[in-house]
Design a binder for this molecule. Structure first.
Ligand SMILES: [Zn+2]
Length: 149
């Protein structure tokens, strides 16, 4: 029982180079007031590439989906360097926490989720990272922003 108290936060760390972090922030701001989405390729917990994508959801102010064609293209690219995919998207008016629908999708895909919130505009968007297990349980990790070389 004791171990369970340690499981809810900072269970893992994702390192994001500052240039890529700023690219993502600019992408989600450009998508406002809709949700914006994209993917990242990471190697050993460090993000190495950003794939900003188009949101093809039917109601893009409410949800985000990357098109099948873009996902395949991104997957193949990440596969070429043996990376892992992280999904990111924005919440224009709500907090940076997985919605019920996010949890439904995430538990099937198994990707890590980075969520940006623009709820405090004109303050800059803020981001949080989550792992969502097959039962839909959410664990928050920590985003470490790496100064760019
Ligand atoms: Zn969401």
């Amino acid at each position: 029982m004791v171990a369970e108290t340690h499981s809810s936060s900072t269970g893992f760390v994702i390192r994001v180079p500052e240039t890529i972090y700023q690219e993502m922030a600019a992408h989600v701001l450009a998508g406002y007031p809709n949700e914006a989405c994209g993917a990242l390729g990471s190697v050993d917990g460090t993000v190495v590439k950003n794939y900003p994508a188009q949101n093809v959801a039917e109601h893009p102010d409410d949800f985000s989906i990357i098109s099948e064609r873009d996902i395949v293209r991104i997957f193949n690219d990440i596969d070429a360097y043996d990376g892992e995919m992280i999904y990111y998207h924005s919440h224009p008016i709500s907090e940076a926490y997985p919605s019920a629908r996010d949890r439904e999708w995430a538990k099937r895909s198994g990707y890590l989720y980075i969520i940006f919130s623009l709820q405090y505009q004109p303050e800059p968007p803020y981001a949080r990272v989550f792992r969502i297990d097959p039962r839909g349980e959410v664990t928050e990790g920590h985003i470490e922003r790496l100064p760019s070389a």
